[in-house]
Design a binder for this molecule. Structure first.
Ligand code: FAD
Length: 402
């Protein structure tokens, strides 16, 4: 009798941790497990604001999949997923087709544009190694351009970050750390460089503790960021942004960080979605599907206390992957009872560049160096989950106070 086939789509936090847990449990003895990913490497999405600004090399955020996953136990296929056929239980890849008995969807997200025109055409986004390499190179090119132009146009040195949520603030933190070095390298006065943070909501970091928000905003202002709060963007253009209030900001660099929606492949497969995300059952199955599990940014789960969806995070993706790996093993050993996810939000820390960060861990607020050290502990903890102490030494952040 052939073994059941488990196909895992996407090697992000959700997919990698699921595969790694199944491997450690030797689940390959009872199932044929296949992991599919676009690239032959896994990258840490939560670190990408750093290589985007050029404060960390992108290689530090990624690792070859076969350096963490034993491909004798888990088949790895490097390919692009193009569609999912729920009826036929098949997945179409760019170069082949796969059949499954159990499917895990962990394909991550795409930028949310809210239908604002010009975002895809003219803005950058922080979403993959390829996308952040481009941002870093582009920023540097703007500096290099400036002194070679006859007519000095400000827009080369004007940087717009759309969205003052978590990702936007973290990127501003890194960018403002990098700018002085770029100014020095390209012989440009710091005063010539302008950085705008544009946010439609009435505050930066909506939902975050007021005192921490104030700390973060003041810090970034002291490094030269101009915040435009309660200021929706109407359109992104080739030469900058048009705001709802009619103001135009000329810029060659607009970085879009206004949140994400689930990978469109999920919606295209016919699952019912909200912002591209499927409201999954407690055991992480798609409603009405015993054989499809959805995790990470493609899944939506409701916080019972607030009756609102949890924001999609790596923290939740990892917790989902842990429960999912157990549930798959339960299925393989013929059990009907599956475990429910009980989200346990340990805290949230946003880095703000250099030794600065803000966050809440448990009920404790953290600022500055203490928060920054905590952020590194969190980053290293993930590496430990995936590859133990050796991976922490290889890729971790061990310079806690610098
Ligand atoms: P991802 O980790 O994004 O992985 C998806 C994977 O699928 C990728 O490897 C991708 O290559 C692959 N893939 C996509 N499409 C295809 C396809 N068609 N075919 C094959 N493969 C495909 N969360 C936190 O908890 N804490 C933080 O501090 C934090 N900071 C963040 C900072 C930044 C700058 C950003 C952008 C996000 C941050 N997040 C944070 C959110 C977190 O990164 C995401 O919630 C998390 O990455 C979701 O995990 P995932 O497994 O769903 O998807």
């Amino acid at each position: 009798e052939r073994k059941p086939r488990i196909v895992i789509l996407g090697a992000g936090y959700g997919g990698m941790v699921t595969a790694s847990r199944l491997q450690k449990a030797n689940a390959h003895r009872n199932a044929e497990i296949t992991l599919v990913n676009k690239h032959n490497y896994h990258y840490q999405t939560t670190w990408l604001h750093e290589p985007a600004a050029g404060t960390l090399h992108h290689d530090r955020t990624r690792m070859l999949i076969d350096s963490v996953i034993d491909t004798n136990k888990i088949n790895f296929i490097k390919d692009d997923v193009t569609s999912i056929d729920r009826e036929q239980k098949k997945v179409q890849l760019a170069n082949r087709e796969l059949e499954y008995d159990y499917l895990v969807i962990g394909l991550g997200s795409i930028p949310e544009t809210f239908g604002i025109p010009g975002v895809y055409e003219h803005a950058f986004s922080i979403r993959s190694v390829n996308s952040v390499r481009l941002i870093r190179e582009h920023i540097e090119y703007m500096f290099a351009n400036y002194n070679n132009e006859e007519e000095k146009t400000e827009d080369y040195l004007t940087f717009v970050v759309a969205g003052a949520g978590f990702t936007g603030m973290e990127f501003l933190g890194e960018l403002t750390e990098r700018i002085p070095a770029l100014c020095q390298e390209y012989d440009i006065d710091r005063e010539k460089v302008k950085v705008y943070s544009i946010e439609a909501a009435p505050t930066a970091l909506p939902g975050f503790d007021d005192e921490l928000v104030e700390y973060g905003v003041s810090l970034l202002e002291s490094r030269g960021v101009e915040f435009k709060i309660s200021t929706p963007i109407k359109e992104v253009r080739e030469d900058g942004v048009l705001l709802d209030n009619g103001e135009e900001i000329k810029s060659q660099t607009v970085v879009w960080t206004t949140g994400v929606r689930g990978n469109p492949i999920v919606e295209e497969a016919g699952f019912e979605t909200m912002r591209g995300r499927v409201k999954v059952e407690d055991d992480l199955r798609a409603p009405g599907h015993d054989d499809v599990f959805i995790i990470g940014d493609c899944a939506l789960i409701i916080n019972e206390e607030t009756n609102r969806p949890y924001p999609p995070t790596a923290q939740i993706a990892i917790q989902q992957a842990n429960v999912l790996a157990e549930n798959l093993q339960a299925i393989l050993s013929g059990k009907d009872e599956l475990k429910s996810l009980e989200p346990d939000i340990k805290g949230t820390v946003a880095s703000l560049g250099g030794k600065e960060a803000i966050g809440v861990v448990g009920s404790k607020k953290l600022f500055g160096t203490q928060a920054s050290a905590m952020k590194k502990v969190i980053d290293n903890r993930y590496l430990y989950i995936l590859g133990g102490v050796p991976l922490v030494f290889k890729k971790g952040k061990l310079n806690f106070f610098s």
